[in-house]
Design a protein around this ligand. Sequence first.
Ligand code: HEM
Ligand SMILES: [Fe+2]
Length: 244
Amino acid sequence: MNPYKSQRVAYPYFVVALLLFVLQVLMGLWLAINYAFTLPQSLIDIFPFSTARAFHTNLPVLWMLLCFMGGTYFVVPEESKSELYSTKLAYLQLIILVGTGVAALVSFLFGWTQGKPLLDIPFELDLLIVAGALIFLFNVAATMIKAKNWTMIQGTLLGGPVMLALLYLFGLPFYKNLSIDWYYWWWVIHLWVEGAWELVTGAIIAWILLRITGVPRGVVEKWLYVEIGLFLFTGIAGTGHHYY
Ligand code: HEM
Ligand SMILES: [Fe+2]
């Protein structure tokens, strides 16, 4: 079924993502219980709402990242018809990202957060996320360049991490003027989703369509262009609804 050995690196990515997802949902339930019932203060203090909320909203960013990184590692070998450039780097990247994610959760417990919803992770840990993203970009690019079997799906899969790494940089600095700070926060939140995540998910879905239907590659690729074009255009225009 899976002709390339290195595709297996996707598996731990998905398992970890699933565990993080379960943790997120548990946090969501705790938030909901806090809303629904009048709990004794002693119970509320054990795990404050604000901390649970930071867990609940930051965890999906990490597990979705892991899902599409794992997905990319699964698709790239089959598209490029070669093993991944380095499975070691892929595992190292997973360890860095998950380690940083867990460190961020622990830091929330102690109130160390940037206070930017969805991107509460402290600045110092942000840099490790950047390192993980750059390893991902390098590994994917090196695999494709070495294999020299370019397809449109690969181009899209490569465009995703490029945009991912670039746009994350806008969320790193802290601007004293909060309007400016939030302006760039939206760049990460919105443009990440429409400019990076959608490239990766679009390419993965195109690949799944190719594999499970008999539709010719050219047709799928044509609609992938249309889809990512719409995402990019509406995403850039759509970010404007936060410029109030
Ligand atoms: C059983 C499942 C879930 C429960 C019980 C739950 C519960 C909640 C609650 C009570 C809030 C409000 C927190 C507040 O008022 O500050 C919330 C917010 C949020 N949840 Fe969930 N949730 C669940 C699953 C999910 C999933 C699967 C996702 C995303 C993949 C998600 C993403 C979010 C986000 C982004 C917010 C923040 C929304 C905002 O502040 O505008 N939740 N959730
Ligand atoms: Fe929006």
